[in-house]
Design a protein around this ligand. Structure first.
Ligand SMILES: N[C@@H](CCC(=O)N[C@@H](CS)C(=O)NCC(=O)O)C(=O)O
Length: 202
């Protein structure tokens, strides 16, 4: 049985979405952050970082959201990894790009704008992060020119992992009007039944 620890409304969200895409039954194990359940001795045994998400599959334990999604796809729905090694390489490329390049500025802005009270916000952090976002979105927008999906002709884990980050632009009120391909891609992906099921959990 699959167990997922974390909250759909956090970076664990992409794992809930992936679980819905693979269509396997799973148990949702919420962690109460206010009660520091993520730092409890029991939880630290399965994730010594004291962070969410963590997935267990029987005796097997894995953490780091992108690694969890690759494990789920490889084990339960390999077509999410593309049709050959080249596509698989590109699915990795976009997933690493998402987590290493696109996520830091978007999440840094998100933390300041959503979690830090206005009077304590660090505007330099927001300005520095916001300045990096357009160049990154241009890379993504250009890659989507004339295409429905990032890799090949079908939805893959590349779309899921990158869209889970790009979608945060609306929460930080970053205007995507200049990035038509990204807008179309996000709208189309949000019509997926697995995405809708995941959204209902949020
Ligand atoms: N790189 C990790 C990031 C995990 C992470 O930072 N999770 C946050 C929730 S969004 C967390 O558990 N924070 C608690 C803490 O840092 O104490 C992943 O993608 O899984």
């Amino acid at each position: 049985m699959l167990n997922i620890y974390g909250s759909p409304r956090s970076s664990s969200g992409r794992c809930f979405w992936c679980l819905e895409e693979i269509g396997e039954k799973y148990h949702y194990k919420p962690l109460n952050f206010k009660e520091k359940e993520h730092k409890s001795p029991e939880y630290l045994k399965i994730n010594p970082n004291g962070k969410a998400p963590t997935l267990t599959d029987g005796d097997f334990v894995i953490w780091e959201s992108i690694a969890i999604n690759f494990y789920l796809a490889e084990t339960y729905k390999p077509e999410l990894l593309g049709t050959d090694n080249k596509q698989r390489g590109l699915v990795h490329q976009w997933s690493f790009w998402g987590i290493a390049e696109l996520q830091p500025p978007i999440i840094n802005s998100f933390i300041q704008l959503v979690f830090v009270p206005k009077e304590r916000r660090d505007n330099q952090v927001i300005e520095k992060a916001t300045a990096k976002i357009p160049g990154l979105l241009k890379v993504l927008n250009d890659a989507l020119e004339g295409k429905n999906y990032l890799v090949g002709d079908n939805f893959t884990l590349a779309d899921l992992n990158v869209a889970s980050i790009a979608a945060v632009c609306s929460e930080i009120k970053f205007d995507l009007t200049a990035y038509k391909n990204i807008q179309t891609w996000l709208t189309q992906i949000s019509e997926r039944s697995a995405f809708k099921k995941y959204q209902k959990l949020c």
